[in-house]
Write a protein that binds this ligand. Structure first.
Ligand SMILES: [Zn+2]
Length: 396
């Protein structure tokens, strides 16, 4: 507490100095133009009163004093902006809001000062979760054409939190034209969010049209393909579902394991398991995780070819070690085992089960967040498309 007081105290002690130097700079900049000055650049009585409140741990009274000072002193605007900013950084957002509201309401500010104060106030509202107010101020800034990039960035952020995807798309497009940075991958997700909403309403026509829009924006959008596959399969259009899921392999190989079991279900309904088996062999050839190999083995085991299934997995394990593969191998081996071998295999199976239990299946490539379910937007760093299935010995 003492250190903080010293910090704030020093800040306030420096205020009059900052004001004076502002006055001096102002004088230098307008040399020759005589100006009516009522204020002397000295340390006023009011500043000491404010400082006294601060030192007595009454910051709210101190703020009142300093705000009242601002009314008679136009050149402390920068300092008050800095002070509001400081309060916000310290988490004292209510105080920051009072300082910035006072500045915004002040008629004497020039255009830049006013825009700066509006921006700071909008950041305060954002920080305290008052999204509506933050949104209207950032919108005001984009209309004014002031701090436009920053305002648009914040608007994209706000519309995502509010799940207002139409506005998020619109703001992203404006931000793209303002900065020249390609945001297509993110915008495609906004369309996918709208697909999910349409699907929940049972409006499949609209959902399908929005999938096409997402893919139009970002042809590499895996989520759009998976959504298209899910919607088609749920409506009995399994051939379209297969085409949509298979597209993922050419979009982002990391997500291929996500498509294997839905593809299996569609091929079963279509009676095209042989075709699917060839597809899986091609994926296994391209090393797209352990899931294609496990499903190949499942199909063999289903036909009663347990020895073939076991051999298929053993072959794969020789090439690439995998805990999930070992676990499955133990399953198959247990089925024909007896006596001491059975007991030993049970120990092995227990071990692999424990290894697989509670392990994360997905990891964010940006921040390292891990989890057991797939998030298209990372819950940790809020990045889109960064959470992917984990590959390697303990994963795919
Ligand atoms: Zn992340």
């Amino acid at each position: 507490v003492f250190l903080e007081l010293v910090q704030i105290g020093l800040f306030w002690l420096l205020l009059p100095v900052a004001a004076a130097s502002g006055w001096y700079a102002g004088r230098m900049g307008r040399r020759g133009a005589p100006k009516d000055r009522r204020r002397a650049p000295g340390v006023s009585h009011e500043y000491f009163r404010g400082l006294n409140y601060l030192l007595n741990e009454q910051p709210d009274k101190a703020i009142e004093v300093f705000i009242s000072l601002l009314d008679v002193d136009n050149e402390t605007v920068e300092t008050h902006l800095a002070l509001g900013n400081l309060f916000r950084r310290r988490g004292e957002v209510d105080r920051a809001i009072r300082i910035h509201q006072n500045l915004v309401a002040r008629p004497g500010l020039d255009r830049n000062q006013h825009a700066l104060a509006v921006q700071e106030l909008a950041m305060d509202y954002l920080r305290s979760g008052l999204l509506d107010r933050a949104e209207s101020l950032f919108s005001e800034l984009t209309t004014l054409g002031a701090h436009k990039r920053q305002a648009l960035r914040q608007l994209v952020h706000i519309y995502q939190q509010e799940q207002d995807w139409d506005k998020a798309i619109e703001a992203s497009r404006l931000l793209e034209s303002e900065t020249g940075v390609d945001l297509s991958a993110m915008v495609a997700h906004f369309y996918c969010e709208r697909v999910e909403l349409a699907r929940r309403r049972g409006d499949f026509e609209r959902a399908q049209a929005l999938v096409a829009e997402a893919l139009g924006v970002d042809p590499k959008c895996v989520r759009a393909s998976i959504l298209e596959g899910e919607i088609a399969a749920s409506r009995g259009a399994d051939e379209s579902a297969v085409a949509a899921y298979q597209r993922v392999a050419s979009q982002d190989e990391a997500y291929v394991p996500e498509t294997i079991y839905p593809l299996l279900a569609s091929h079963r309904r279509l009676g095209t398991l042989e075709e699917f088996r060839r597809y899986l062999e091609a994926l296994a050839e391209r090393h797209m995780g352990i899931t294609p190999v496990l499903v190949l083995a499942e199909l063999l085991a289903e036909r009663g070819e347990l020895r073939h299934a076991t051999r298929r997995i053993a072959e794969e394990l020789r090439r690439r070690p995998s805990v999930r593969g070992l676990d499955r191998l133990a399953d198959y081996a247990l089925q024909g085992a007896a006596g001491e071998t059975l007991e030993n295999l049970k120990i092995l199976k227990e071990f692999t089960s424990k290894l697989l239990e509670n392990r994360a299946v997905y990891r964010c490539r940006m921040c390292g967040f891990t989890g057991k379910s797939l998030h298209w937007q990372c819950p940790g760093c809020k990045e889109w498309n960064s959470v992917k299935p984990i590959h390697g010995i303990e994963g795919e």
